[in-house]
Design a protein around this ligand. Sequence first.
Ligand code: UD1
Length: 365
Amino acid sequence: MSPQKTVLHVVGARPNFMKVAPVMDALRPDARIRQVLINTGQHYDESMAGGFLRELQLPTPDRDLGVGSASHAVQTARVMIAFEEVCAAERPDMVVVVGDVNSTMAASIVAAKLVIPLAHVEAGLRSFDKYMPEEVNRIVTDRLADVLLTPSSDANENLRAEGAPEAKIHLVGNVMIDTLRRHQPMAKLQRVRDRVPVGNGPYAVLTLHRPSNVDERDTLAGILKAVRGIAVQMPVVFPVHPRTRERLREFGLECDLGGAILTEPLGYLDFLALTSHASLILTDSGGLQEESTALGIPCLTLRENTERPVTVTHGTNRVVGTKTADILDGVQQALSSAPSGRMPELWDGHAAERIAKVLTDFLFA
Ligand code: UD1
């Protein structure tokens, strides 16, 4: 038998874990492949990282780089320095990165410089907003990747427009939806009732963590004003990201949340339980826009743009911005009409199988 090929997967921040889990599962039966999991440690709180690794049944990472929080340059550089050593030791035949966080870009640069084939899961998404740190990460990663695995056809168009060769682009669908479908049967509301007193009526779920929303006092205060308006109509459950909690404290806005039910960041299953039974989702997260579309639940995106336009054209998402009146208008519109989304092409729970096929074809061509 020919020697095994080593595929090195990189995770680091909360939204990475649910994208890597199904890909590792899909590759596992192939005895020709040795999989190695590297955790950069960009996120390190139990509620942001460790809990997800276990709940999604990812293997214990082979290495934890422990980079932690820092400025963008420092965090990226720390991943690069540590990851270069990992590549030297593991000598991978391929590096697989997911999403658009700093760890994604840092590992991509290292792989490219070492001329290790690089595959990017969730390639081609663009917000066309360079003030968004993830947009820089997406552009750099896609420019360097040899295998571009896209979740939707708009991503293919973005890559073509940037001159990516057609042979590199593979429309595989949305791998996060694989994880969602697998866990949906376990996501009963009962499991969070002890921590989230929502009763039996309608409720909304809010998440906020983008620097553009939470690092500016006026923007954050405007959003919270809208939240108070919604909370008069129905409970608003708000699992608070660590960055947001710090800002609320720093800006003295903790008391401005009248009526909202605040919780710590929730685990994957608890959060899915909450969102899948919600009447409305308000968010600045990319992943949650996609999950709302998959769940058929109305979503208001509290940003000026989205890199996931398919959630608007096909799904249940509305991009409403961050002004109080616009958010409240969006709420009324969303609640006064039945959600009428349809599933984007290939968001069918089988994206990881298609990814595994593309990767093995590449590795054993
Ligand atoms: C990062 C990603 C973002 C993703 C988000 C999901 C980048 C540029 N941003 O943003 O794309 O949507 O993760 O959460 O990669 N902190 C903790 N504990 C942790 C992690 C962070 O307390 O486990 C606090 C620290 O104060 C830290 C701050 O949160 O400075 C921000 O963390 P960081 O990883 O820099 O960015 P996120 O805002 O989480």
